[in-house]
Design a protein around this ligand. Structure first.
Ligand SMILES: [Zn+2]
Length: 310
């Protein structure tokens, strides 16, 4: 970790299960500033719904009306607690992996109640509770955006680049326009460079004050040429005070190392070229680097960090 010179890790601790993960605080030994949590909201919601389903199944009657009202109350209180918690830097939604980014803003209560029945029945037979029902996933996202916005915490969205579990055509952030507009005071961070939809993400970042673009995960997943192209696309239209680097490092420490090293090399190459062509001055390029690697994230996630220069 030393050569990465990462000062502070923001870690999504809802990835995998408790026995495959170190506690988020364990990572403090590698950085000069303490690690903060990113709360994966679908995992929180599933935990709450599992508890309610257990209670109802034990009592011997399943009432969708009661389940929905209890679920809404508990989800609201859990997310509100996260907003108040200084250990939480923000939220992450994996709606993209479940039912796609064409998230609906207006949801009808009878539809939500109806969607609960198959979720509970599946849980009763399989003993696993996974929310992959569009209306319910959209409800969780809307609830998160509302509460996060009230508390000033950003909400990250998985967009684009993933595995064959996502429907590629539903992973473009262009589909998010209705929710971006519906929650103008909620900071929305588009993750993973939205690859291969980087230009669409750039457009949204340019035209909506509440949208930010995180250019992670392409390191080391794309070829070096591909990484260069994505960085160029990010810089085509995105305001440079709204772009943020990340490693998307997980499971293997090398993913932090490569994510840091390759991002620096590629951004250096792209900006150096711009300076040579006199598109940018050296001073402007330095400002872009400072913003992308430190200042923007420091501001968006309310980290209040002073840069630790080694
Ligand atoms: Zn993701």
């Amino acid at each position: 970790m030393a050569p990465t010179r990462i000062q502070c890790i923001l870690i999504d601790d809802g990835l995998g299960s408790a026995w495959t993960l170190h506690h988020y605080k364990w990572h403090d030994q590698f950085t000069t500033s303490p690690t903060k949590r990113i709360v994966r909201v679908e995992i929180v919601a599933e935990g709450i719904l599992r508890d309610i389903a257990d209670e109802q199944l034990q009592a011997g009657h399943v009432d969708p009306k009661t389940i929905l009202s209890t679920f809404t109350a508990r989800l609201t209180s859990e997310l509100t607690a996260c907003v108040m918690d200084t250990e939480v830097a923000g939220f992450k939604s994996i709606a993209c992996y479940r039912t796609g980014l064409d998230i609906v803003v207006q949801l009808d209560t009878p539809g939500l109640e109806r969607s609960l029945v198959p979720i509970i029945l599946r849980y009763e037979t399989t003993k696993t509770l996974r929310i992959a029902d569009k209306i319910m996933n959209d409800f969780i996202v809307n609830t998160t955006l509302r509460i996060a916005g009230e508390g000033g915490k950003p909400v990250q969205f998985h967009t684009g680049l993933g595995d064959n579990d996502i429907t590629l055509s539903l992973s473009t952030p262009a589909l998010m326009q209705p929710i971006i507009k519906a929650y103008p005071s909620t900071k929305i961070v588009l993750l993973h460079s939205s690859y291969p939809y980087t230009q669409q993400a750039g457009y949204l970042t340019a035209v909506y004050p509440n949208v930010y673009l995180d250019f992670g995960e392409i390191f080391p997943f794309l070829s070096v040429d591909g990484q260069r192209d994505v960085i160029k696309q990010v810089l085509e239209l995105c305001p440079t005070n709204k772009i943020m680097w990340s490693t998307d490092g997980h499971y293997w420490p090398e993913s932090y190392y490569l994510g840091a090293l390759q991002a620096r090399e590629v951004l250096y190459e792209v900006l150096e070229n711009s300076i040579r062509r006199q598109d940018l001055t050296l001073a402007q390029a330095i400002e872009i680097v400072k913003r992308a690697f430190f200042e923007n994230a420091n501001k968006v996630y309310n980290l209040c960090l002073q840069p630790h220069i080694v």
